[in-house]
Design a binder for this molecule. Structure first.
Ligand code: ADP
Ligand code: MG
Length: 697
């Protein structure tokens, strides 16, 4: 029996999914796999785990597991469900990459899809669970896709062994054909239960014209207009919301367009001379994006200060995974910022492109949760007609070597034959196998160059012992290789720190963003100067210099840890606090993983790590090169430069065009003959990210 508070009980009764409880539970009783489709906000994520709990699915030895593609959702949903059920977070818990509150009392466990995939590696039958819910399947994240493929095999296996298990796939928009009409995936088509959303009508307003450049400025004007002219969303509580979707980066780059929303002091009222907002109700502006600190993220769920009107500026985190209460107006710029990856050259770039019709409709839907709403699309209906109907599954857009290695470790040798909901291209699979062979993670096939046969699924390269060790590290294969080699010359603590830093997004604060005021501008200039000075210090001297940007990272991690990893230290020294905390946790986690594979090394996280010795620097360079051996670039010598575009340029094996060392790099001035890079990012130029220097004697 669950003891819920009367307010919670009342709020639950309003959720559409509650009306379907019996239908859902009956379908689950009678079928091993069930698909639940329902609009965002209908109560799937928060309620279905409770149905299962109340039906006794967690009363035996098995527990209820729910996977989320986003960490934010795993954490916040576990808290929400614990609160609704009046249970401790020891019972309703979460686990994400490096943190969690799972205990031996846990009955409902929210986790990221990556966490469950790791658990499958340890126990293929997932015997701890009586039910697995794959949530947000419409997001089509790579891990979600793989999990569905694996679970389509695990569920029948469990039944055969007399330990039945249930699989639930929950999804927002209705593109379930990839799951249902895929004979490779489910031999018997699972039932699809549709939950009708209690959705109020949303009036869609298209722009007459479509601004191609300054859409953030357009969004700003639209918000001011809504704020001036239109009534609040909810009366009484001052709990009024409107939402503007855009991308943090775009916003930061476009100085002129959004000069008044200051991300560091965002509760300030953005007012402009000619764009007078109603002074009697100040606008309370909150940002929402995944890199934002969790305490800040949590603010959007709380009522805004009384007498203010809430405006959330969000990335597509708010599109489906989080439901912000009481939104009445949505301003949709129609864009999405996506990472693009060139399969041949490996060049990555972030591009802002048009979103899909399904996503745009999803965004609009967020305005009609509590009463009829409005969605302002900053593009014309003709442009909308040209959007693709659905967004592509992520698996078709990124390299897959990490997945291939994980699958090989699960002894799925012929990856080409795996029941992917949407298979990656054969070309991407072959590229992944080849990289893994070159890293020593897979056995060389008996005869090289038999690409066609790998493609056809006839040939497969089995995993090596090194590959198994690599697969046990929670990082991409290139970095796993570095860890596997780290034992030499007592380099492990450094390799762990380096790998942790390399796999975290952006460790340095971005001071190049536009300032919102004179005052801020001078502050940014100061901070930029300070960071430059610190980077020089962290880069070290003598041999250390040859580690280039890696030494800077090592120095930053070491200094930050030495200072106790405080927000103050990070802010003063231009480090992103959230990244540093992530690195700290990851160091702990990687240290445990390494000790588990080779207990004899007995490595530990030393908060007072000395800089590496000259000898260790040499060793570290070799270790890094072993993981990034194909990411080598050679400087084009001045005397060979015929075309000016090659000035200071580097030549890589696969590209015809030059790549460059970014001005923020420790090697920008030295321009060594050889550099090893982490990846190539195309921004204003082709830039190499994280460089390690190399000068031939
Ligand atoms: P779905 O998974 O179908 O999108 P959810 O179960 O996430 O729906 O949300 C159901 C309702 O619970 C939503 O109306 C949302 O506003 C509310 N809700 C979810 N999380 C919170 C929270 N942290 N605080 C307050 N309300 C919440
Ligand atoms: Mg949900």
């Amino acid at each position: 029996p669950v003891d819920r508070s009367p307010e919670i009980q009342e709020a639950r009764l309003k959720l559409p999914v509650l009306a379907e409880e019996q239908v859902i539970m009956e379908a689950i009783r009678e079928n091993p796999c069930v698909i639940i489709c329902g609009e965002t906000g209908s109560g799937k994520t928060t309620q279905v785990p409770q149905f299962l709990y109340e039906a006794g699915y967690a009363s035996g030895s098995g527990i209820i597991g729910i996977t989320e593609p986003r960490r934010v959702a795993a954490v916040s949903m576990s808290h929400r469900v614990a609160k609704e059920m009046n249970l401790s977070t020891r019972v309703v818990s979460y686990q994400i990459r490096y943190e969690g509150n799972v205990s031996d009392e846990t009955k409902i466990k929210f986790m990221t899809d990556g966490v469950l995939l790791k658990e499958i590696q340890k126990d293929f039958l997932l015997q701890r669970y009586s039910v697995i819910i794959i949530d947000e399947a419409h997001e089509r994240s790579v891990y979600t896709d793989i999990l569905i493929g694996l679970l389509s095999r695990i569920v029948p296996l469990r039944n055969k062994k007399g330990m039945p298990m249930k699989l639930l796939v929950m999804s927002a928009t209705l593109r379930v054909e990839d799951f249902t009409e895929n004979q490779k995936l489910f031999r018997t088509t699972p039932p699809v239960i549709k939950v009708d959303a209690r959705q109020f009508p949303v009036t869609i307003h298209f722009n007459k014209r479509t601004p191609l450049e300054d859409y953030t400025g357009e969004a700003f004007h639209k918000i001011c207009k809504i704020h001036r002219m239109l009534p609040p969303g909810e009366d009484g509580g001052g709990d009024i919301s409107e939402e503007m979707r855009k991308f943090k980066k775009a916003k930061q780059k476009k100085t002129v367009s959004l000069p008044r929303i200051d991300l560091d002091n965002y509760s300030a009222l953005p007012v402009d001379e000619e764009e007078k907002a109603d002074p009697s109700i100040p606008l309370y502006v909150l940002p929402l994006y995944s890199l934002l600190a969790p305490e800040q993220q949590a603010k959007v769920f709380r009522p805004p200060p009384s007498g203010t009107r809430l405006c959330v500026v969000a990335t597509n985190v708010a599109e489906t995974s989080l439901t912000i209460p009481g939104i009445k107006y949505v301003v949709d710029c129609g864009r999405v910022k996506k990472r693009f990856y060139d399969r041949v050259t490996g060049v990555s770039s972030f591009k802002v492109t048009w979103t899909s019709q399904a996503s745009a409709n999803q965004r609009a839907g967020r305005a009609g949760r509590t009463e009829p709403g409005h969605c302002y699309r900053l593009y014309s209906s003709a442009v909308f007609g040209d959007f693709s109907v659905f967004s592509e599954a992520e698996i078709t857009r990124r390299p897959v070597e990490d997945l291939v290695l994980q699958m090989k470790d699960l002894n799925i040798d012929k990856v080409v034959n795996f029941p992917f909901p949407t298979p990656p291209s054969a070309e991407a699979l072959v590229a992944a196998e080849q990289l893994l062979i070159s890293l020593g993670a897979l056995k060389q096939p008996p005869c090289t160059g038999r690409v066609k046969e790998i493609e056809r699924g006839r040939l497969s390269c089995p995993i090596t012992a090194l590959g198994r060790a690599m697969a046990s590290f929670p990082v991409a294969p290139r970095y796993a290789k570095m860890l596997a080699l780290g034992k030499q010359q007592d380099c492990l603590p450094y390799v762990i720190a380096v790998v942790a830093a390399l796999t975290v997004r952006e460790i340095f604060e971005d001071h190049d963003r536009p300032a919102h005021s004179q005052d801020e501008s001078s502050k940014l200039t100061q901070r930029r100067a300070r960071l430059t000075q610190m980077k020089r210090l962290w880069a070290g001297q003598g041999a250390s210099l040859l580690l280039g940007d890696l030494m800077v990272m090592l120095g930053a991690v070491g200094a930050c840890e030495f200072a106790g990893c405080t927000p103050k230290f990070c802010e003063e020294n231009g480090l992103r606090y959230k990244a540093m905390v992530e690195i700290r946790r990851l160091r702990g986690q990687l240290t445990n993983a390494v000790n588990a594979v080779c207990p004899e090394v007995g490595v530990f996280v030393d908060p007072k790590m000395n800089p590496p010795t000259e000898h260790q620097v040499v060793c570290l360079r070799q270790i890094v090169l072993a993981g990034l051996g194909d990411h080598l670039a050679r400087r084009v010598q001045a005397e060979d430069v015929l075309d000016p575009k090659w000035k200071n340029g580097y030549k890589t094996p696969l590209m015809d065009d030059p790549v460059f060392i970014h001005p923020t790099s420790a090697l920008f001035k030295t321009l060594p003959e050889f550099v090893v890079y982490q990846e190539i990012m195309e921004t204003t130029k082709m830039y190499m990210r994280v460089r390690v220097g190399w000068q031939l004697p």
